[in-house]
Design a protein. Structure first.
Length: 266
């Protein structure tokens, strides 16, 4: 029979885990979910889901919408707003960044959307300490010319993408910068299909970058990017792509290990 280890039982509360899963399912359903739909989505008995959903409503995390459907509540909006402004970076994202730098011996970055803007959350140079959030000053400019920027734009919704790119001409940082909007749209579509982005001296002469997304619950929660001198890029390109994708996958796996529901005690 399944057993819960002492460390697991002392740190995991099954009802909280189940309620969190229900909350995430509702968050991913723009039209909301009925009790039966939510229960089916997370594999719970309908009565159990009903009680958990009612509790989430009492706490303001959910609300009852039209046609007996549950939707996100005001407390969820407060959490979302706080998350987009947070500067702290969890270790499940930082540790893969450290490993990426250690293995590649190049500068690497961790970036994400915050308050509808792209921000560098942390950067690390080989042999140096992590510099988090506040170490990066000023707005993130010229996203269309950066591997990180193109990656996050590729997976963003159209409104978010339009807000960053604006309506005027795209600046040419170098002779390699994509400034034609149709060409950029094609590039972003290709990035979505292959799952990684690259810039070859598009933002800075002599510098190339590769970026890959960490995707949790179908959302890009961060981008892992490594930067290398152009003279090293062509021979290392395949390895660099594999490295950033591996870092992103490691982060997602680490997150999953902390959020999986423990087995029922028998």
């Amino acid at each position: 029979m399944n057993q819960i280890s002492p460390s697991e039982s002392s740190t995991r509360i099954q009802s909280v885990a189940r309620a969190s899963r229900l909350l995430m399912r509702v968050a991913g359903a723009p039209a909301g979910l009925t009790t039966t739909e939510a229960a089916t989505a997370v594999g719970l008995p309908v009565p159990t889901a009903h009680h958990l959903l009612a509790t989430l409503c009492d706490e303001g995390l959910l609300a009852r919408g039209e046609r007996r459907r549950f939707v996100l509540g005001p407390a969820a909006a407060a959490i979302a707003a706080a998350y987009t402004q947070a500067e702290a970076v969890p270790d499940w994202l930082l540790q893969p960044l450290r490993e990426l730098v250690r293995e590649q011996r190049e500068t690497a970055y961790l970036s994400a959307w915050r308050s509808n803007e792209i921000r560098v959350l942390a950067s690390l140079e080989s042999g140096a300490a992590v510099r988090v959030a506040g170490a990066e000053t000023g707005p993130y400019r010229h996203a269309h010319a950066r591997a990180t920027g193109k990656l996050l734009l590729a997976f963003a919704d159209p409104q978010q993408r339009a807000a960053v790119l604006g309506e005027g001409p795209l600046d040419a940082r170098t002779a390699h910068t994509i400034v034609d909007r149709e060409a950029l749209a094609a590039e972003l579509e290709e990035i979505r299909e292959r799952g990684w982005a690259v810039d070859r001296e598009e933002h800075d002469e002599g510098v190339c970058c590769v970026s890959a997304p960490a995707i949790v619950n179908d959302l890009v929660v961060a981008a892992f990017t490594v930067s290398v001198p152009v003279h090293n890029f062509d021979r290392r390109r395949a390895d660099l792509v594999a490295a950033v994708r591996s870092a992103a996958a490691t982060a997602v796996d680490a997150h999953a290990q902390h959020t999986e529901e423990p087995p029922d005690a028998q």
